[in-house]
Design a protein around this ligand. Structure first.
Ligand SMILES: Cc1ncc(COP(=O)(O)OP(=O)(O)O)c(N)n1
Ligand SMILES: Cc1nc(C(=O)O)sc1CCOP(=O)(O)O
Ligand SMILES: [Mg+2]
Length: 232
């Protein structure tokens, strides 16, 4: 699929845009963001290893509230190292201190987190900074503030995160995507079946927790998502 977020001058052989001037920190951009599930009983490192082996281009490390700072750092350090070994992009949810501490490529920030404009001052110039948005007005504001991509959802009802607003559905995600010039990553209840509709509406890619972390075979689930994304 040819899209407005990749160009011959900024893509290399695998078709992913590479962001940032420093070869040691270069961030591989991609359509599939796998977000760690750190709820009790989950094994985020095992799932991350499987997803990266299957070719996942972006991992976001997201910590549940019960994580101590040290536990969060320890997990992020392992995931960042795995990402480096697989030439994948490592993003840290909410915690810019931990992003800096482990040399991640950037972070993801929502409405209750540090403002994107502040993150731009704190993180290295080539950092990837994503922001959550649920409507075109805030999407444009996050773009102006310096967001490199938008996480937009919930696309569908999410079994992972309680207390989310009602699902946006594909039409509102498409409307939001048309209101900005940066890639939209749809999130919330995303499955292999819902990917084609989301991309047809205008999403650049998708972010998932359960579709990979709760799959019987996280490796196969990642491969299938990548195949479907490639076909769209
Ligand atoms: C890709 C992506 N999109 C949205 C979110 C949600 O971020 P936020 O609203 O800050 O909620 P928490 O994840 O911090 O609970 C995300 N993490 N990633
Ligand atoms: C962390 C998160 N943020 C969302 C949002 O809409 O802002 S939905 C979500 C959880 C996504 O998990 P799953 O893929 O299992 O539905
Ligand atoms: Mg957040």
């Amino acid at each position: 699929m040819v899209d407005r977020f990749t160009s011959p001058s900024s893509s290399d052989h695998d078709g992913y845009r590479r962001v940032g001037p420093s070869p040691s920190r270069v961030a591989r951009w991609g359509r599939l963001h796998i977000i760690t599930d750190t709820r009790p009983g989950c094994d985020p490192i095992r799932v991350t290893e499987a997803a990266l082996s299957a070719g996942a281009p972006v991992i976001q490390v997201r910590f549940e509230g019960h994580y101590t700072d040290r536990e969060a750092f320890d997990l992020a350090e392992v995931v960042a190292e795995l990402c480096r070994a697989h030439d994948a992009t490592c993003l840290i949810n909410d915690r810019l201190d931990i992003a800096l501490a482990v040399g991640a490529h950037g972070g993801h920030l929502g409405q209750r987190d540090l403002p994107v404009s502040v993150a731009r001052r704190i993180l290295p110039a080539d950092a990837v900074i994503g922001a959550t948005s649920r409507d075109p007005h805030s999407a444009r504001a996050q773009q102006r503030a310096g967001a490199g991509y938008l996480g937009v959802g919930p696309a569908h009802r999410s079994p992972t995160k309680p207390d989310l607003p009602d699902p946006l559905g594909v039409d509102r995600i498409g409307e939001l995507a048309r209101s900005v010039d940066i890639p939209v990553i749809a999130i919330g209840g995303v499955t292999v079946e819902s990917v084609p509709g989301l991309l047809a509406a205008g999403a650049f890619g998708v972010a998932v927790v359960g579709a990979v972390s709760r799959a019987a075979d996280p490796y196969a689930a990642t491969r299938r998502l990548l195949e479907v994304l490639d076909e769209c």
